[in-house]
Design a protein around this ligand. Structure first.
Ligand code: A3P
Length: 273
């Protein structure tokens, strides 16, 4: 949020780059950018603009915490610094490393129907390959190997939320991991933001005036300070390729058990396929 305009009379000394007190750990394609941008509407929140990949990439982790802090935006005492790197959620090393930085950090996990997430994940890779004139396969061809579901496919693995969450729960109690419903954030962002504010211990400052539905984009866009309007960029909310109904059914069947595991882990159910 706008730390400069609203606090311009404070001594420069008070402004510094701090370790984040909140991290959006994933899930990739769950709506992590939307959540970060929307949290950033709060005057007491400052957000790192790009994904830092500190805890999941050794070459960054080896640079140390001073480097990590230097990647954060300046903030004032009392403001909450947030970063998002969706790669943390499925990283083997991230939970322990995050815990070593700050065992009481606030963690956000935004999840979405695992099948939709998978298709979104595939769509992103497809788009990147098409842009670079690289060969690509239809999703159906990647998903099926000799008529069987290729469960080793990365996008399937990344949708196994219970598997990844279990690793985080070895280091953090569930109460420290706030689960956001990515489907709700698309349909009606404000209630999810209210809960997020509460989780961060912040006064409710994000309001319905901060959102407007953009018919062209087909998503909610943001209205910030001074009425400045902003939609997420075109890589967010891309049309997905059509996927054969039989494949979708197989995916839904495959995910039904892991989804149940996830629901009992977080004590909440989601309206997924
Ligand atoms: P799709 O592009 O598949 O629709 P992430 O930021 O984690 O990569 O997630 C991207 C997803 O955020 C998008 O996936 C989109 O569905 C979702 N999203 C949620 N709220 C959005 C918003 N207001 N504008 C655009 N995309 C949004």
């Amino acid at each position: 949020a706008s730390w400069l305009s609203s606090h311009s009379m404070l001594p420069v000394k008070a402004i510094g780059c701090r370790n984040p007190q909140a991290i959006i750990i994933g899930v990739r394609k769950g709506g992590t950018r939307a959540l970060l941008e929307m949290l950033n509407l709060h005057p007491d929140v400052v957000a790192a603009t790009s994904e830092v990949h500190f805890f999941d990439q050794d070459e960054n982790y080896d640079k140390g915490l001073a480097w990590y802090r230097s990647q954060m935006p300046p903030s004032l005492p009392g403001q909450v610094t947030v970063e998002k790197t969706p790669g943390y959620f499925s990283s083997l090393k991230a939970p322990e490393r995050v815990h070593a930085m700050n065992s009481s950090v606030h963690l956000f996990l935004i999840v979405r129907d695992p099948v939709e997430r998978l298709v979104s994940d595939y769509t992103q890779v497809l788009h990147n390959r098409q842009e670079r004139d690289k060969p690509y396969q239809r999703l159906e061809n990647i998903l099926l190997r000799g008529g069987q579901l290729n469960t080793q496919y990365k996008a399937i693995q990344r949708s196994l939320y219970a598997v990844h969450l279990a690793r985080w729960l070895r280091f953090f109690p569930l109460g420290q991991i706030h689960v956001v419903d990515g489907g709700n954030l698309i349909r009606d962002p404000l209630p999810e933001l209210r809960r997020a504010e509460r989780f961060l211990g912040l006064p409710p400052r994000i309001t319905s005036a901060n959102f407007y539905f953009n018919q062209t984009k087909g998503f909610y866009c943001l209205r910030g300070e001074g009425g400045l309007q902003k939609c997420l960029d075109e890589s967010k909310g891309r049309p997905h390729p059509a996927v054969e109904g039989t494949i979708l059914e197989r995916l839904c069947t495959f995910f039904s058990r892991p989804n149940e595991d996830f629901f009992s882990m977080v004590g909440k159910t989601f309206n997924w396929c």
